[in-house]
Design a protein around this ligand. Structure first.
Ligand code: G3P
Length: 215
């Protein structure tokens, strides 16, 4: 299972990379906008920190324009993966890009049927937004489980990214389903490291060790 970090914040990316558990980065227009920086230089800097795929989203809506924008984004760095929203034009663009060297991440996927089409069009990655489904009382992880089953049935090359992760339980569920990747906000990555019994254990070991040293 791979972990991507879901942010465009340089400090968070550096800290997560140093933890040694990160395999890539996903950004989106909202995450980039929060950083108040010129997007190309920000994406280039991210690519220099993380030796793995970095998703950057194309904002065009027509197939020809998406392809042109994707080609521009791919020039930023070899590790750039172009995020393309799940639309008919998006699928056409994915099909065309899949014939070349440019990797794609079909985003804003909320149903097994959308994921199936994205895989058939030749997407490198398919991003399922589980948290946003949970927000509207659907079971996001149930959709992820169905997509995993479909991709397994037909040995699709597309990798499943479970996105819109909101808590550690989501991450454990992704691992149980066997999806390829969880893209996780920094705040959830840090929560994954913690357990109150670990903190209590360290405190007790330290105080016992003080006694050993005192003898
Ligand atoms: O990067 C896409 C996705 O993970 C966004 O998550 O929290 O905005 O639903 P969220």
């Amino acid at each position: 299972m791979k972990f991507f970090i879901d942010t465009a914040n340089i400090e968070e990316i550096k800290k997560a990379w140093e933890l040694g558990v990160i395999d890539g980065v996903t950004t989106n227009p909202s995450l980039i906008s929060k950083e108040k920086r010129e997007p190309t230089s920000l994406l280039r800097e991210i690519c220099h920190i993380v030796a793995g795929p970095v998703s950057a989203e194309a904002m065009s809506l027509k197939a020809d324009e998406i392809v042109e924008e994707a080609e521009g984004l791919a020039k930023i760095h070899d590790n750039i993966v172009v995020k393309i929203p799940m639309t008919e034009d998006g699928l056409m663009a994915v099909k065309r890009l899949s014939a070349g060297e440019i990797e794609t991440n079909v985003t804003l996927v909320f149903s097994p049927s959308q994921a199936l089409l994205a895989a058939k069009a030749g997407a490198t990655y398919v991003s399922l937004f589980v948290g946003r489904l949970d927000d509207i009382s659907h079971t996001g992880m149930g959709i992820a489980r169905e997509v995993r089953e479909i991709f397994k049935n037909y040995l699709f090359d597309a990798k499943i990214i479970v996105a819109s992760i909101r808590n550690p339980i989501h991450v454990v569920e992704v691992a149980k389903i066997g999806a390829d990747i969880a893209t996780i906000p920094y705040s959830v990555i840090t929560k994954l490291t913690r357990h109150p019994l670990t903190d209590i254990g360290i405190k007790n070991f330290l105080s016992d060790w003080e006694e050993v040293k005192g003898k």
